[in-house]
Design a protein around this ligand. Structure first.
Ligand SMILES: [Zn+2]
Length: 637
């Protein structure tokens, strides 16, 4: 959530879209803490205990290159399987087993290359290996693009009979059935090929936005009270918006959003094109709405999305209460949109790597001895790249591959945020480790809808533990304040984005036209509603409504809602687990162990959590209220 800047994920090598390399951007507005480039230390100063050991992947670079070449050499054999899989159960099984084998090798090649690359992005050899690995991945994808259409052509009846006849197909059954499920929404091969050929044209809108927002805009400069001059570009905005001086914050907001507002017409065109692409594609594929089409890849019911939005709206009085509390703590006469980022409580306390580990292990004790023991074992090994160094990428991520322990990338700076990131990333790491123990390769990988549940559950448990052990009022207030801000940024803000996506797509589906000014109106309405403009909680200045034009995630519609659903599920599980009882804990651990063996919605439902009901979202709102109860009590002391 607030922690990872990017987290590459690779799905299994099965079918056209399966082996996509996804870069999951952190939600905007919550990534600021990671944006500052870490203080550099030279690689020579790095202690080997703080640098991961990649030899469980490949003994050396030569072994990596041999594996890459082997995978390339295997691809023609995968292509040659085309047209054979409908023959009989044994042929199907042998073909899919072969694909798994090559897919796993490709994944290992990718992981090894990326682990190196992220630790020094300036290194030419690392760059080259990462490019070669990505090229291999793309070629592997192309070599197996025929699989899904072929399975769909063979048909459900025959594939079902094959699965019955050959026990070796059990581990492939989920993905086979998934391909068959999507048959009704797959077009003829000619149409699919035509759409694929138009792919680069269809992404032009997003590329234009990106070129404008990241390169072409001539950003304003601002002179700070200390006399220094800063450019208010994207990174300047993200670091200056939390400035302690209110006048600086206002000046930053004024200049940044006025600049964005000047491009409203162009940005309106690009975003409108992106929205129309989604609605047309959904219509062509026989989905009722664009949101339904997007959620179909994980078989998530549309009601999950709409319930999230409705419940966040019901929870707005709690969000407004939080803003009023911030106003009180920041001692401000009134609240404006530029007042949402500065921190309300400071804590001058160090958390070393050893403390991050010890405290995280203590905090996850409610998850049981097995969980704690496994985490202790993994974190005692050389599984992490811990400290910032020159050329190292910013942020944090977890990645790995089947059969090898998880790897965790950090930029540990011995502060609270670093420790929270540690607990977060090891939530991911443990999810992967538990799923791999319980599932075969084909079923271990989990979807993005599930990915942030384990990480946020760990964050909640850590906060609860720290609050319970805090020695001073200030310390307690700090943890509670950090937790509140995380809930605001990840639940309410991301749901506000999700609601904007819904509103723009719904408008196009009703036959309305979108423009920059119309999108500004929609966004302004949402900003005012979420921040309590009419209730007198926070004044929203119209020029800040240009924010809609800035959010890159809008070019990847119906994606950010997963941050909000995940933190809601994480809150729900943390609440249930803290109440005690092994049943809640086992329910939760079973979700992690299931990996990708089931669709997220029924999997969570089996664990007692129906994401189409108010339960998870109310748990989140309840946690915010309880946190504020505690803070107000401390402040009154
Ligand atoms: Zn994460």
């Amino acid at each position: 959530m607030k922690q990872p800047i990017h987290r590459p994920l690779v799905a299994r090598l099965l079918g056209a879209s399966a082996i996509a390399l996804v870069t999951a951007l952190a939600p905007l507005g919550t990534a600021s803490a990671q944006d500052a480039k870490p203080a550099a230390s030279t690689p020579a100063q790095v202690d080997p205990r703080h640098v991961w050991d990649v030899t469980p992947l490949f003994a050396d670079d030569a072994a990596w290159d041999a594996a890459r070449k082997q995978a390339l050499a295997d691809l023609p054999a995968l292509e040659a399987l085309k047209g054979t899989l409908g023959k009989d159960a044994a042929t199907l099984r042998a073909g899919l087993d072969r694909m798994s084998q090559v897919g796993h090798r490709v994944e290992k090649v990718l992981v090894y290359a990326y682990l190196h690359y992220s630790t020094d992005t300036r290194n030419d050899a690392y760059q080259e290996r990462w490019s070669l690995a990505q090229a291999l991945s793309a070629q592997a994808q192309a070599a197996t693009a025929w699989l899904s259409p072929e399975i769909q052509a063979v048909g459900a009846e025959k594939i079902g009979a094959f699965i019955q006849a050959d026990a070796g197909l059990a581990k492939h059954a989920f993905r086979l059935n998934d391909m068959l499920r999507l048959k009704a929404h797959t077009l003829t091969p000619e149409t699919e090929a035509a759409l694929a050929a138009y792919g680069p044209v269809l992404s032009a809108a997003s590329n234009t936005y990106s070129a404008l927002a990241n390169a072409d805009i001539d950003w304003p400069e601002l002179t700070l009270p200390d006399g220094t001059t800063r450019k208010v570009n994207q990174s300047g905005y993200q670091s200056l918006r939390q400035h302690a001086d209110r006048a600086v914050r206002k000046a930053v907001f004024d200049s940044f959003w006025t600049k964005f507002g000047q491009y409203a017409t162009t940005m309106g065109n690009t975003l409108s094109a992106a929205v129309q692409t989604g609605t047309i594609d959904a219509k062509l594929r026989g989905y009722p709405t664009a949101v339904a089409a997007s959620l179909a890849s994980n078989d998530i019911p549309e009601t999950v999305y709409r319930t999230l939005v409705a419940e966040a709206n019901k929870g707005l009085p709690t969000l407004h209460r939080y803003f009023k509390l911030r106003q009180k703590m920041l001692k401000l006469p009134d609240l404006h949109y530029y007042d949402i980022y500065p921190s309300v409580v400071e804590l001058d306390k160090k958390f070393t790597l050893d403390q991050s580990r010890t405290l995280t292990l203590a905090a996850v004790k409610p998850l049981g001895k097995d969980y704690v023991d496994l985490l202790a074992d993994l974190t005692a090994k050389r599984t992490m790249h811990v400290y910032p160094s020159e050329g190292k990428d910013s942020g944090a991520y977890h990645w790995g591959t089947y059969g090898v322990h998880p790897y965790v990338f950090l930029n540990h700076q011995d502060d609270y945020n670093s420790m929270s990131t540690y607990a977060h990333e090891w939530g991911h790491g443990m999810h992967s480790a538990l799923a791999q123990k319980a599932q075969p390769y084909e079923l271990a990988g989990y979807s993005l809808f599930m990915a942030e549940i384990a990480s946020t559950t760990n964050e909640m448990l850590l906060t609860d533990y720290l609050v319970s052990k805090a020695k001073t009022k200030q310390e307690k207030l700090f943890y509670l304040g950090q937790s509140l801000e995380n809930l605001r940024g990840t639940f309410f803000r991301q749901t506000m984005f999700a609601e904007f996506e819904l509103a723009t797509h719904d408008a196009v589906e009703r036959g309305e036209a979108l423009s920059g000014s119309k999108m500004k109106d929609i966004y302004c309405g949402l900003l005012k509603k979420y921040h309590g403009d009419a209730e007198g909680v926070m004044k929203i200045d119209e020029k800040y409504c240009a924010e809609w034009a800035f959010i890159p995630h809008f070019y990847r519609p119906f994606y950010v809602y997963q941050y909000a659903t995940s933190i809601s599920a994480g809150t729900y599980f943390a609440e249930q687990i803290s109440k005690g009882g092994t049943k809640a804990r086992d329910n939760y651990l079973n979700v992690l162990k299931a990996g990708g063996s089931e669709y997220p919605y029924p999997l969570l439902k089996k664990a007692g959590l129906d994401m189409a009901t108010s339960a998870p979202y109310q748990a989140l709102v309840r946690r915010m209220d309880a946190t504020m109860d505690q803070m107000e009590k401390l402040l009154a002391e």
